[in-house]
Design a protein around this ligand. Structure first.
Ligand code: ZN
Length: 86
């Protein structure tokens, strides 16, 4: 089973070798679990990174509930998240 991946977009689609398209949408923690190595590679090409590893930039913190998020829109309360520490 491939590692969970952090997906920095609302959703993305992966074209399968058999011609079908599989849609990946991050859960509340911003991660997706690829079904196999093919999808994992495609998701990485789309910008996904290994979950649990902070890469580039700063984490964001929700101004309303303090939830640590990757996105401007808080995944917990829908508030606005600003970069941690400023
Ligand atoms: Zn929040």
């Amino acid at each position: 089973m491939p590692d969970r991946l952090l997906l920095p977009v609302i959703q993305t689609e992966v074209r399968r070798p058999d011609g079908f398209t599989r849609r990946y949408q991050p859960g509340r923690d911003g991660t997706v679990t690829p079904v196999d190595a093919h999808d994992a590679r495609a998701l990485r090409e789309a910008g996904a990174t290994t979950a649990g590893v902070r890469v580039g930039g700063r984490a964001r913190v929700c101004g309303s509930c303090g939830f640590k998020a990757l996105f401007v829109r808080c995944g917990r309360c829908g508030g606005t998240c600003t970069p941690e520490g400023g």
